[in-house]
Design a binder for this molecule. Sequence first.
Ligand SMILES: Nc1ncnc2c1ncn2[C@@H]1O[C@H](COP(=O)(O)OP(=O)(O)O)[C@@H](O)[C@H]1O
Ligand SMILES: [Mg+2]
Length: 487
Amino acid sequence: MLARTITHALVGLDARRVEVEAHLQNGLPAFAIVGLPDRACQEAKQRVRSGITSAELNWPDRRLTVNLAPAELRKEGSGFDLPIALAVLAASRQVTEESLRGHAAVGELALDGRVRPVAGVLAAAEGAKEQGLSRLFCAAASAPEAALAGIEPVPLHHLAEAASYLRGDWQPEPFDDAGELPAPEGLPDLADVRGQERARRALELAAAGGHNLLLAGPPGTGKTMLARRLTGILPPLTRDEALEVTRIHSVAGLLPPGRPLVTAPPFRAPHHTASAPAIVGGGSGPRPGEASLAHRGVLFLDELAEFPRPTLEALRQPLEDGAISIARVEGKAVFPARFQLVATMNLCPCGARGDPAAECSCSAQRLAAYRDKLSRALLDRFDLLVTVPRPRAVELAAAPSEASELARERVVAARERLRAQRISRTDGAEALLSRAVERLPLSARGRARVARVAATVASLAGAEQIEPEHLAEALSFRMPNELAVAA
Ligand SMILES: Nc1ncnc2c1ncn2[C@@H]1O[C@H](COP(=O)(O)OP(=O)(O)O)[C@@H](O)[C@H]1O
Ligand SMILES: [Mg+2]
């Protein structure tokens, strides 16, 4: 006796259809899973068997073979438990195969038959929807995520519920989409940062234009503080962006319970000891790295010069392409990675450079080694370079500065203007840009980046055209003197 259910295996963010065939034959009781299952998937044997008996259903004491087709596609993780269990129930005629039609399934089983959520339900639900399936069996906790794909979830707490549903004895509560949740509160506010007008300006430009930003200066001047306040002035994600981000965070198993849709731009701050695969992605699975988790948001590298150079170099490609592709047997796994890079660094290993009150004790050799970490090519990708000086006592004693809310309103307005129309450069601005290309000099990439920043400056100012003053401000952020040597 043979029965079939449908589930999905993920290759990157792509859901590939997998047919789970359960075949019961006469013979000595045995249970085998074939079709390239990984370890977690092999262990489904124990969970499915125990889950079925715990749900007071019958375990067929015969020769059972489960085939996961297509055989050449690797099957990873525990999400196959539920579809395997359903196929076994159908093969042993405890539910009809007919009743399974139009359904896909994804979920892990506990030994007592409870259904547990797994990572990547949104992508799996989208895969099912694309194939014209109308309902998805999943853990109750995954149901809001599945519903985002526009498929009707069958939310399960226990395998027994699936059996009752398939026999027509039980209907889940109609799924009620809780709607969009408000953005989380409690982000740190720019009002806490005293002084640092130029860095605040750069932060606002970075937010409005999605530019990469490097804050450099002595320790304790508020670089980390400033960078962490960027998300507070970014506009919320559009619905499509939110779905993209959610899909990635879902595959990484990072969706917070009860908040299926990520609506705020992500802010990822990996430590400099994180491995290159952890940052760019890869490994078994493969899993999205921090660069992909930061998609449509901010990748924050605090103390940039502490990161191993190979890790930094690996970021150059996603910075250019906005995506990371990882080669796999099944083909390429592509993870989007269109993030905004924000970094901080000291100007030298001892940190005293740039601080008038301190004497730098670094040898020329140490300084050279420090700066060698950051290739010119990487520095070229920062649109805004700002040196952050030590704030003066009067600045620190001053009243709270402008709150994030006000900066955010300007950012949102500028973004809308940038999206609505391309603004052109005046002749004066064009001439200034050409001169800068010769004198600075600017690479072709540098030129394009300066032009983009100038457009952001103009749209923040609400200008009709890019004037020379806008371009001059953009150029001033390109190469401050203290960093000129570093590059
Ligand atoms: N401009 C500033 N305004 C208010 N507090 C500041 C400022 N700069 C530094 N601080 C204080 O110093 C602490 C360290 O700042 P931090 O951002 O970590 O410095 P950095 O990253 O430049 O080494 C902050 O938590 C804050 O209390
Ligand atoms: Mg810091």
